[in-house]
Design a protein around this ligand. Structure first.
Ligand code: DGJ
Length: 543
């Protein structure tokens, strides 16, 4: 039999085709790593290679156990969240030194995939709200090797020493194992970020006053802090050398504590990233953002607004420092968001109090170009009956997320591009103006959304975000407010009207109108937004 001679070009093509098929069918394609990107001082989190908006919810501290998970997932579903923030516990992961148990982590991963939800893992380790309570027992029993700090009077303080290498190395070893494990078991990138520690710092003493610390605080401040821009941001003496007291005056104790903790956590994060470079952050118990108080009145040494320059210098492996918001006053919450939205710090709110009035800040977060939002304590925390208080407070967050979810990708991109503006109702219910280039929007609150109705004032829950689609075209998402517009600039004072106002929803990249609003729905001071978030699209014309 005569063999046909093989055409070499055809052979090459066939081999290439087989290799491609092996690549796409034989092995799972590699999912890109979640990455935080920055452009012109704005940020976005890329998940699966695309801008991703974290519609998050955080579990209660003791809810990451298998028996609690069915209830927790129910809460995630009720909230319409796309991301669950959930703790992982050092005491459970390393019950004996160097013996690791990742069973809870693996259960979380499997169940998150089944629920089509991403995870942010919270590493409860050396610090949890300033204390060492999540350290494994074998460490808690060895107080000489893994000590707590002491107050100025020599009293024991319930907070771990950040200047103890043995503690730092133990935490680092465990964290490295976790990141190595995640790298091996999570090619799907179910975990999109990791929080390193939880609300680090110390309550009850501004720093460690153990006798050996005095030498460290009298020693020259490390060169890493002695950069003119850092000293300026810290309102410090612009000298090239000196002790902590000489350079930082009455902030010396707090800044020493911040440097010590940030160096520790930065070391843990860097070692973890060397195994598997997921985006990492740490969270702050806040101080009053308006009155510049001293650290005796808040948790000392954590990433509070005044110590951010120290954290940036000491812990470059952390992608961001994030505020946990429990302040009741609107003015203070808005100030905090301003302080943590920096060109070198993407705004992420990993915890906000689960209170009806707090859902409105979701709009403000997007206007800041923030990457994620998450009420704290979304599950009923083991209560036998469904906790109706939780359900009541969850409802406005759930409504905001349900509206945002179909357009979450677009919102993330618009936030990154700086196209979103927002206003939220303050305690005085006063109207506010939003500047939109060729237009300004005047937002009045206290409305229940009905046209031609006297304002109904309740708790300050109103809010709106406005997406600039083009100079005269806007997408509006709002709750409990009314809106009208005025032309500005060269058109200021000219008559104008709505070209159209459509009500609908956004999905699959387009706005889908349900109806056109006109007559009473737009003539009485502009369109109104009721108790549930509403999506409108409008085009304005100058006549
Ligand atoms: C802030 C902490 O970070 C959370 O883990 C939790 O303890 C809440 N406070 C409780 O309000």
């Amino acid at each position: 039999m005569r063999l046909t001679r093989c055409n070499p070009r055809l052979l090459c093509l066939t081999i290439a085709l087989i290799l491609t098929m092996m690549k796409t069918h034989g092995q799972p394609p590699t999912t890109p790593m979640p990455t935080l990107v920055e452009k012109n001082g704005r940020h976005t989190l890329l998940v699966d290679g695309k801008p991703f908006l974290i519609l998050g919810g955080q579990a209660h501290n003791s809810s990451a156990w298998p028996a609690m998970l069915p209830n927790l997932w129910q809460s995630v579903d009720n909230l319409h969240a796309n991301t669950l923030e959930v703790p992982i516990y050092w005491e459970q992961i390393e019950p004996q030194q160097d013996q690791f148990d990742f069973s809870l982590v693996d259960t979380l991963l499997q169940q998150a995939r089944t629920h089509n939800t991403r995870l942010i893992l919270l590493w409860f380790a050396t610090w949890k709200n300033g204390s060492n309570h999540y350290m494994p027992e074998w460490m808690k029993h060895d107080t000489a090797k893994y000590p707590n700090i002491k107050s100025a009077k020599g009293d024991p303080i319930d907070s771990p020493s950040p200047n103890t290498i043995a503690t730092m190395e133990a935490d680092t070893r465990a964290f490295k194992q976790i990141m190595k494990h995640l790298k091996a078991v999570d090619p799907q990138r179910t975990v999109i970020m990791v929080q390193v520690e939880n609300e680090s710092g110390s309550w009850g003493s501004v720093r460690d006053y153990s006798p050996y610390i005095q030498k460290l605080i009298d020693a020259p401040v490390p060169a890493g802090l002695l950069k003119p821009e850092i000293l300026k941001a810290l309102h410090a003496n612009q000298t090239t050398e000196g002790s902590w007291r000489q350079i930082f005056g009455d902030r010396a104790d707090e800044y020493f504590q911040a440097w010590s903790i940030a160096t520790f956590i930065g070391h843990v994060a860097a070692a973890g990233k060397a195994e598997y470079p997921l985006p990492m952050y740490t969270n702050a118990a806040l101080r009053d953002p308006l009155s510049n108080p001293m650290a005796t009145s808040y948790e000392s040494g954590g990433p509070t607004d005044n110590t951010l320059p120290i954290w940036k210098a000491a812990a470059p492996a952390l992608d961001l420092e994030a505020p946990d918001i429990y302040l009741p006053e609107t003015e203070k919450v808005l100030k905090v968001m301003e302080l943590y939205d920096r060109p070198d710090n993407a705004l992420l709110i990993p915890e906000i109090g689960l209170r009806t009035v707090n859902a409105k800040y979701f709009y403000t977060l997007l206007a800041h170009g923030g990457i994620g939002f998450s009420p704290f304590g979304i599950d009923d925390n083991g209560q036998p009956e469904k906790d109706t208080a939780i359900a009541k407070h969850l409802a406005p967050f759930a409504a905001a997320y349900a509206t945002a979810a179909p357009m979450a990708g677009e919102l993330a991109q618009w936030a990154f591009d700086g196209k979103i503006k927002a206003a939220v109702e303050q305690e005085d219910h006063a109207a506010q103006t939003i500047n939109l280039g060729a237009w300004k929007a005047i937002v009045s609150f206290g409305s229940d959304g009905r046209a031609n109705a006297a304002p109904v004032y309740d708790q300050p829950t109103g809010g709106i975000m406005i997406v600039e689609l083009n100079q005269d075209k806007f997408l509006l998402v709002g709750t409990r407010c009314h809106l009208t517009f005025l032309p500005t600039g060269k058109n200021a004072g000219r008559p104008w009207q709505y070209d159209n106002v459509e009500e609908g929803n956004f999905g699959n990249g387009t706005f889908k109108p349900r109806r056109i609003l006109n007559g009473d729905e737009t003539d009485w001071g502009g369109p109104g937004f009721g108790n549930q978030p509403t999506v409108l699209q409008t085009t304005l014309i100058v006549r």
